[in-house]
Design a protein around this ligand. Structure first.
Ligand SMILES: NC(=O)c1ccc[n+]([C@@H]2O[C@H](COP(=O)([O-])OP(=O)(O)OC[C@H]3O[C@@H](n4cnc5c(N)ncnc54)[C@H](OP(=O)(O)O)[C@@H]3O)[C@@H](O)[C@H]2O)c1
Length: 303
């Protein structure tokens, strides 16, 4: 008799990976695969696997690292690593995928929000995400297993060993600067907590067990939508050192004109400055996906 499928976790050593491990109920069979053993993880629950090593030897090693029997993959490693890895594994070591029941992978809402970017860096990011999404969908189709591709907005939160790089970067900026000029009109944001993204990934994985999951790309965000300025003020509210920084609202055209020299030095940064006034929200929220009441954004206090 076969037991429950093993959860194979790629990117276990990331913020979202740790948040997911924290939510696993006791006795859930799981195994982390990656380049470094995540802190706090028992040795028997982790195996070495470099997703970027697609050599015959690397793929053979990855195949032998995978557990036997039915398994569901949840990946917080970048989709542009996961997609070629799965395709190459199918080509070289198909027997290793005999127990695969489905893949939950992480793309990014940038695939939508940066779609019409003018700078090369963002255009290439969108191309890379789109290509990887399609490659993963195609490979899963050939394997006859569902692919649930989550495309989250900016991720925030903290676990025992990890902190996000979004809210924490803003916190550092607010702590350093006495004054932060902003456009008068700041756009909407829908940050998603790492723990919420992990909960959705787990839920999507569970749906695969009942056969209720088709392949899909699912853009998603947190339950609360707020302006970029509100987000900064929320950080300041919980951090007296960040609260010293004065937010100075400038007329939006003046702010953008003052930032325009950036266009010559770094078109990517200039476009990021323009995006401060753009609405990057309106995605399906976690509450709807998990069928629970909406929860407000909680910025965790500084460590
Ligand atoms: N951060 C955001 O705001 C944001 C927004 C939208 C989407 N996303 C997506 O959400 C996911 C999680 O984001 P994150 O910022 O938490 O990611 P992250 O901190 O960069 O973590 C990525 C994970 O992938 C693993 N990894 C990287 N290269 C690998 C390789 N060659 N072989 C095996 N494992 C490898 C890393 O483990 P090791 O380095 O230890 O091997 C790490 O655990 C990513 O797919 C990201 O693209 C992030």
């Amino acid at each position: 008799m076969s037991g429950p499928p093993t959860l194979v976790l790629f990117g276990a050593g990331s913020l979202c990976g740790e948040a997911l491990i924290e939510q696993l109920s006791l006795g859930t069979p799981w195994l982390g695969l990656g380049r470094r053993q995540p802190p706090g993880t028992a040795g028997h629950q982790w195996r070495l696997c470099d997703l970027s090593d697609l050599s015959p030897e690397g793929l053979a090693a990855a195949a032998s690292a995978l557990p036997p029997g039915p398994q569901i993959w949840i990946a917080f490693a970048h989709i542009w690593l996961m997609a070629p890895f799965l395709e190459a594994l199918l080509a070289r070591q198909p027997q290793a995928l005999a127990g695969l029941r489905g893949v939950v992978a992480c793309s990014s809402s940038s695939v939508i929000t940066k779609r019409f970017a003018a700078n090369r860096f963002d255009r290439e990011l969108v191309q890379r995400l789109n290509k990887a999404q399609q490659q993963l969908l195609d490979t899963c189709l050939r394997l006859s297993v569902p692919a649930r591709i989550l495309a989250p907005t900016l991720i925030h939160g903290r676990t025992e060993h990890h902190a996000d790089r979004n809210v924490e970067a803003l916190r550092r900026l607010l702590r350093r600067l006495p004054l932060l000029p902003l456009p008068a009109q700041t756009g909407l944001r829908q940050p998603i907590a790492a723990a919420d993204l992990a909960a959705v990934a787990l839920e999507q994985g569970r749906a695969m067990l009942t056969g209720a999951a088709d392949s899909v790309v699912l853009p998603l965000g947190g339950d609360e939508t707020l302006s970029y300025r509100d987000l900064l003020e929320r950080i300041q509210a919980g951090d007296p050192r960040a609260a010293y920084c004065r937010l100075l609202a400038l007329p939006t055209p003046l702010f953008q004109w003052l930032a325009s020299p950036l266009l010559l030095v770094s078109p990517k940064t200039f476009e990021a400055v323009l995006r401060l006034s753009a609405d990057l929200a309106g995605f399906t929220c976690v509450a709807d996906l998990l069928g629970r009441p909406p929860q407000p954004l909680r910025v965790q206090p500084p460590r």
